[in-house]
Design a protein around this ligand. Structure first.
Ligand code: PMP
Length: 381
C-alpha cells in the first residue's frame, strides 16, 4: 500500500497508540476525581499540556483540549467574537480557509458582523498587504490559516499578524495551524497570534482530539457548557487517552522536525520531476509546504483518477478529503481553471514516503493517462 493522503489523516504512531492504551487500561480515572486514580489521570493531562504548549513556545496553562481542529476553530472564532466583538463588529478571514473557519465566520456575519473575505490575487497569492489592509480599527478578529490544506500554500501570517497587532493592538488574531504543526517550526510569539488551532490526527495521533492554544490573558467564551472542566472554557470529561496520545505523538515528532522537513522537500522535488515527466500538471507553488502537492491530470476527473490509483493500492485525495466530490471553492479561489480543478488530486506525504513510492505513483499516472483518456474519448458521428 502507498498512502499519500496524510493531509486528510495519518497512521497513528506506535508511541501514541501505546500511550492511549496505557491511559485506557491503567490510568483510567476521571481527571476530576479527587482520589489517586483521578490525580494520576490529571497528571497525564498536565504532562500533555506541557509537551504541546512547549512545541509551540507557549505555556501549559494556555492549552484547551478539544475534539479536533473543527471544534478548536469554532471555539476560537465564536468565543473571541463573543468577548471582543461587542463594539467592534468587523471580522476578517481568507477565501482559502477550511470550512471549520469559514462556516463560523459566516454564522457571525448572519448575526450582524461585517465579514471581509480576503481573496488570493491574480497570481494565487494572499499577500501581507491584502491581509493587513482588510483590517481596520473596527475589526475585532482576523482568522487566517498557516498552510492551506488543498495546495500547501503558506500564508504570510507572521508578517501580516505582527503588522496588524502593531496597527490595531485590540484586534484578535487566530491561526489555523493544522497543516503546519509539526511540519514547519511554529512559535506562537513570532506568529503574533492570540489563538492557534491544532489537530491530533494530522500528526500521527488518534482522531477525536485537538487543541486550542489561547494566549494568556485572552478570554474565549465557551461553546459547550457543563461541569466546568478546563477552566469552564470546554466542559466535559477530558478524553485522557486521546490527549496523552496527542502529546506522545508531539513528543516523538519534535526532535525530528528538521530532518522530516528535508525529507518531505526531497520527496516533493522528486515527485515534481517524475510526475511532470509523466504529463502531470503541478498546481502547488514551489514555495508551498513540501508535505502537500496538488496535481492535475487534464481530461481525467479527480474521482476517476483517485479510484484508478486506489485500484493500484495508492491512496490520494481529490482536492481535499473534506470537499467529498464537491467542486473545490478553495482551488477556484486560488485561480485554478475549471478543467484543472475537475482533474485535481492531492498528494500528501509523511516520513514513511519513499522515492520508490513516487516512482510507482508516476507509473500509475502514466498508465491512467493512456487507459483512462482513451476510454473517455467522445466519438463524434
Ligand atoms: N483545518 C485544516 C486546515 C484542516 O486541514 C482540517 C482537517 N481537514 C481541519 C481544520 C479540521 O480538523 P479536524 O479533522 O481535527 O476537525
Amino acid at each position: 500500500m502507498i498512502y499519500l493522503d496524510n493531509a486528510a489523516t495519518t497512521k497513528v504512531c506506535r508511541e501514541a497508540a501505546d500511550a492511549a492504551y496505557y491511559a485506557m487500561t491503567e490510568v483510567f480515572g476521571n481527571p476530576s476525581s479527587l482520589h489517586r486514580l483521578g490525580i494520576e489521570a490529571e497528571k497525564l493531562i498536565s504532562f500533555s499540556k506541557e509537551i504541546i504548549s512547549g512545541a509551540l513556545g507557549g505555556q501549559p496553562s494556555e492549552i484547551i483540549f478539544t475534539s479536533g481542529a473543527t471544534e478548536s476553530n469554532n471555539l476560537a472564532i465564536s468565543g473571541l467574537a463573543e468577548n471582543y466583538g461587542r463594539r467592534k463588529k468587523k471580522i476578517v478571514t481568507t477565501a482559502v480557509e477550511h470550512p471549520s473557519v469559514l462556516e463560523p465566520m459566516k454564522k457571525l456575519a448572519a448575526k450582524g458582523y461585517e465579514l471581509t473575505v480576503v481573496e488570493p490575487d491574480e497570481n494565487g497569492e494572499i499577500t501581507e498587504e491584502a491581509l493587513v489592509s482588510a483590517v481596520d480599527g473596527d475589526t475585532c478578529l482576523v482568522s487566517a490559516m498557516l498552510v492551506n490544506n488543498e495546495t500547501g500554500y503558506v500564508l504570510p501570517i507572521e508578517r501580516s499578524f505582527s503588522r496588524i497587532k502593531k496597527l490595531y493592538p485590540e484586534c484578535l488574531t487566530h491561526c489555523d495551524c493544522v497543516q503546519g504543526f509539526m511540519k514547519l517550526p511554529i512559535r506562537v510569539k513570532s506568529l503574533s497570534a492570540d489563538a492557534v488551532s491544532l489537530s491530533g490526527h494530522k500528526i500521527h495521533a488518534p482522531k477525536g482530539v485537538g487543541a486550542l492554544w489561547i494566549k494568556k490573558g485572552v478570554r474565549v467564551a465557551p461553546n459547550v457548557f457543563g461541569g466546568g472542566q478546563q477552566s469552564g472554557i470546554r466542559s466535559g470529561t477530558e478524553p485522557v487517552p486521546l490527549i496523552y496520545a496527542f502529546a506522545k505523538a508531539v513528543e516523538t515528532l519534535v526532535p525530528t522536525l528538521p530532518q522530516r522537513y528535508d525529507h518531505a522537500s526531497e520527496i516533493r522535488d522528486y515527485a515534481v520531476k517524475k510526475l511532470s515527466e509523466a504529463g502531470v500538471l503541478i498546481n502547488s507553488k514551489s514555495s508551498a509546504s513540501p508535505y502537500i502537492l496538488s496535481v492535475s491530470l487534464p481530461q481525467i476527473k479527480s474521482e476517476t483518477l483517485l479510484h484508478f490509483l486506489e485500484s493500484r493500492d495508492i491512496y490520494v485525495s481529490s482536492g481535499s478529503a473534506c470537499s467529498k466530490g464537491k467542486k473545490s471553492e478553495v482551488l477556484e479561489a486560488f485561480r485554478l481553471l475549471d478543467g484543472i480543478i475537475d482533474s485535481t488530486v492531492r498528494i500528501s506525504t509523511s516520513f514513511e514516503t519513499s522515492k520508490s513510492d513516487i516512482d510507482t505513483l508516476a507509473e500509475a499516472f502514466k498508465e491512467a493517462s493512456t487507459t483512462l483518456v482513451k476510454s473517455t474519448k467522445i466519438r463524434r458521428v
